[in-house]
Write a protein that binds this ligand. Structure first.
Ligand code: ZN
Length: 281
């Protein structure tokens, strides 16, 4: 669907949406599975093809909501955005704002906003997010240099060569094994893309969480002048995103995901020393 064209979800995610939605529609209130009277795919078919179009409307809905998230992130909006800013955001970026209570619209945004990172992390990989170099090219603010390294800030720099990225990738390969060591990006992605289904799906989820946390760490530095107070900050932000997206993991990938999660958490324990007094977290 073209609404989904706004951002790119990994292939497995589409199937997960289907599965979760079908479970939702088929389970009775007491949680027992109802008998499937018709094939799920038939129910989801557009009305013109004899289905009842449930899935389409659900997808449409999520996609529309993500458009609002997207517009807030880009500061693209009129009165409605002013209201959201005044009432809920109060100077905080949407993704960092944890206010749960509020209007139905706001609660829906809070519910789904973190999923946008999944798609945006792939935009980063494709060099489509406004890195310092890109902004400078268009005569935007800033000098185009990475605030940590002082070298030209491309998307590739943010994701791989930046010292923050190196620290995070080092952590991940230490926790998950040599398959995660990146020597050369193209080769690395190719070898991961050749993995079997479950391994590949988990790879993209972890990969998205890595790139999304690096992008967020970078934005904090660039826009809020907040620098990581500890080398481990990107690591914990990465773990938090992975945890937020865990509902998207397929049932049959669940055991592998949980064991990766355990390995990552175990590796992170020694990093969780108390922050120096007075530092932002
Ligand atoms: Zn850097």
């Amino acid at each position: 669907m073209y609404q989904m064209g706004l951002y790119l979800l990994p292939e497995g995610t589409h199937a997960d949406f289907d599965k979760e939605l079908s479970r939702f529609f088929w389970s009775a209130r007491d949680g027992h599975q109802k008998y499937h009277m018709v094939k799920w795919a038939d129910v989801c078919a557009p009305k013109s093809l004899g289905g009842i179009g449930i899935l389409d409307s659900r997808r449409f809905n999520v996609a529309l909501m993500l458009k609002w998230v997207w517009r807030i992130l880009r500061d693209d909006g009129g009165l409605w955005l002013q209201l959201i800013k005044a009432k809920y955001l109060r100077g905080r970026p949407l993704l960092a704002c944890e206010r749960r209570e509020g209007s139905q619209f706001w609660r829906a945004l809070q519910e789904i906003k973190h999923f946008i990172g999944l798609g945006l992390s792939f935009e980063l990989l494709r060099d489509r997010l406004p890195s310092g170099v890109e902004v400078a090219k268009r005569n935007g603010p800033g000098n185009g240099l990475c605030p940590l390294c002082g070298t030209p800030e491309t998307c590739a720099h943010i994701m791989f060569s930046c010292s923050a990225a190196q620290a995070l990738w080092g952590f991940v390969s230490e926790a998950l094994g040599p398959a995660w060591e990146v020597q050369e990006l193209g080769e690395f992605l190719q070898s991961q893309a050749n993995r079997a289904g479950g391994g590949r799906r988990l790879f993209w989820l972890v990969f998205a969480a890595i790139s999304w946390s690096l992008w967020n760490v970078r934005n904090k530095m660039v826009f809020e002048k907040v620098y990581p107070s500890r080398v481990s900050d990107p690591v914990f932000s990465f773990l938090a995103f992975l945890q937020q997206w865990s509902p998207l993991v397929r049932q049959r990938d669940r055991a592998a995901f949980d064991s990766s999660m355990r390995a990552l958490r175990t590796a992170a324990i020694p990093l969780a020393a108390p922050a120096p007094p007075g530092s932002a977290s």
